[in-house]
Design a protein around this ligand. Structure first.
Ligand code: HEC
Length: 201
């Protein structure tokens, strides 16, 4: 290679290196899903439009029981867990009947209000405590599923390393591709042939 050509090649390589180091560059998947954005250290960036994600379902309580006795009561309701899906991923799911690589689902943990006004006879959603993301991408991750826990003060977070118990529980108990589709009514219809309605009969 001539000196001129090799310096041009260096310049191009330098520009590419800068481009790929810019935080917020998303990987373009051929299915058009670009919402999962990573920084230069491969940390997933906090999505800034969770309020626009599609609501899939909600669970109230303490999660899996620690003992045979249920902890849930009106005095100790636990948290309200809300599950949402990134809108472009949801559109793909509606069109193709399966998850695309790049699909993100969020599980948000909301406190409950202690003294709602007016005093309603029920459990009222309070402020957001934290949220978690489940990102599905079989090209990128050996487990296909990557899990991220976002505390309120972090803008980007590294995935929980492979072989974690998030993956094992989700693979074992989640009804569709390591997600708990059986708890989300629209997904039951689309992915599990209406299993929710069948179970209710
Ligand atoms: C013992 C089982 C279990 C473990 C371990 C677990 N989860 Fe889950 N996860 C659930 C259940 C059940 C749901 C359904 C929603 C709910 O109950 O709140 C869920 C739902 C989710 C969702 C919503 C999308 C989906 O895949 O259905 C996300 C995101 C999530 N979990 C993240 C995590 C992360 C991050 C970890 C590890 C730090 C984790 N989970 C560990 C049981 C588990």
């Amino acid at each position: 290679m001539s000196a001129k050509k090799s310096s041009a090649a260096f310049a191009i390589a330098a520009i590419l290196a800068v481009l790929y180091a810019v935080p917020g560059v998303s990987e373009s998947l051929d299915n058009g899903l670009t919402a999962a954005r990573f920084d230069a250290a491969e940390k997933l960036q906090r999505p800034d439009n969770l309020d626009e994600w599609i609501f899939l379902g909600a669970v109230v309580g303490h999660g899996y029981p620690n003992s045979e006795e249920r902890q849930f009561s009106a005095d100790s309701p636990g948290m309200i867990q809300v599950v949402q899906m990134e809108p472009a991923a949801y559109r793909y799911l509606k069109q193709h009947g399966k998850y695309a690589d790049g699909t993100m689902l969020a599980l948000s943990f909301y406190n409950t209000q202690q003294k709602p006004q007016p005093e309603v006879d029920g459990i009222v959603q309070g402020e957001l405590a934290s949220f978690e993301i489940h990102l599905l991408d079989k090209q990128k991750f050996t487990d296909r599923s990557a899990f991220y826990v976002f505390p309120n003060d972090k803008d980007a977070i590294a995935m929980i390393p492979a072989g974690n118990n998030c993956v094992s529980c989700h693979k074992e108990d989640g009804a569709y591709d390591a997600t708990f589709a059986q708890f989300y009514p629209q997904l039951c219809d689309r992915l599990l042939a209406g299993a929710l309605h069948a179970a209710a009969k």
